[in-house]
Design a protein around this ligand. Sequence first.
Ligand SMILES: [Zn+2]
Length: 434
Amino acid sequence: MILFGLDTEKKPDRDPLWDKIFALTMEEAVKAQAEADRQTDKILAEGRALSVYEKSALNRLRLQVELRKEEAALAEQRRLRDQARQALEQPQPQPQPGSWEELKAFADTFPRREAGQQSHPVLAHLRQRLGASQATRPQVRARLVSTGRVEPVTKANFQALLTAAIQRPWGLLTQAYVNKLAEHVTVMKPTIDPRYRRALDESALWSKVLVFSGDKDDQGKPDKGENYRREFEKAWTSIVELVDGEVLDLVGLPDVRVYTAEAGIFGSRPAFYDERIKTIFFKSACVAAERIRHEFGHHIEDQGPVEIWFGLASMLNWLSEGRPLNPSEEGSTREPTYAINLDVGGYVGVTKLPYTASYYADAGTEVLSTSLEDDVLGNLADYIDWPADMRSQPARPAGRLGNCRCGPELAYLLLHALRPGEMRDAGFASPALL
Ligand SMILES: [Zn+2]
């Protein structure tokens, strides 16, 4: 296409060249423009100026390239939109019942149970957790019987986990196991994993705390949380004593955020744990070592191997003997609770029923958290209602611990949750599901 070398200064009203430029495809226009640029450089190098006609042609060519590019982008947008519309109109293939993919849909539509209804079977909650782990919950992990290692539950092994969970009878500790357990709790002592000695010295948990309280200290200066530091150090010291280093390695340290009471995220709660972001949230006025231990208990239940949570939830379910859920109680619980007969299960959390029997939408429990809060592990021999002939203590008041039928199972779950290494070394079989 000849654009240059036209010596006229006058542009005709309608030049056929203009029509030719209009008709160029993008590739042709780009090519023609490159050629025109080369010609322009040459003309300028020769010390000559472009004629009005040449300038105009060059501009027209540039516009044409832009126009064609825009058209191409619009066409691509239209293509993508049509593609998306077609995908929507096509019937989505339904995941196979019982498949890994179906568990996600199962979790998405899992209905809440309210007071007056029965709780879901714990197995349904296990399926719910496996489904939610594909979207919102942390990865579900389980301890393998074969290696003792904690591994992720995936598409490849979830069926084996579910089968084992179906077949696991609740509360079948042999008498020999219970005897051995009762003996063990009288000799066990708080120990600190030497690897955590350094973490202890460095107040590792405190280093994870961010204070957003906006409170003022005694001098009226912004509070940086030094008031709470002692509480975190106190809590961390006892956590390191109570919990095996391998569990601390496994669950890692949660993040901690401290806010003013007005932060609006707490409702009536003094603190809470968000398992999705592994973070403990505290109201600044409610920071206390016991509460820190409590929330750390939730952290271990949610991030530790799934068979511990499964055991604890099964225990609560079993203790409620199929009775409908109780409504929450103003001032003590925020969720429906398992209808646990106090005479039967009074030892659960010992002094904190009905709170310990709270039934959450994901069946997370308050058992490990309150046990860690109350240092049940440090006083297991006293807290657990061992069969009568093993009691070292005089009979406890009826209604709190009396007539309990599954005390040793709580010890079994707590010890395997917090001190699996010690239990392994002492020759106890674990509640593993894989
Ligand atoms: Zn709690």
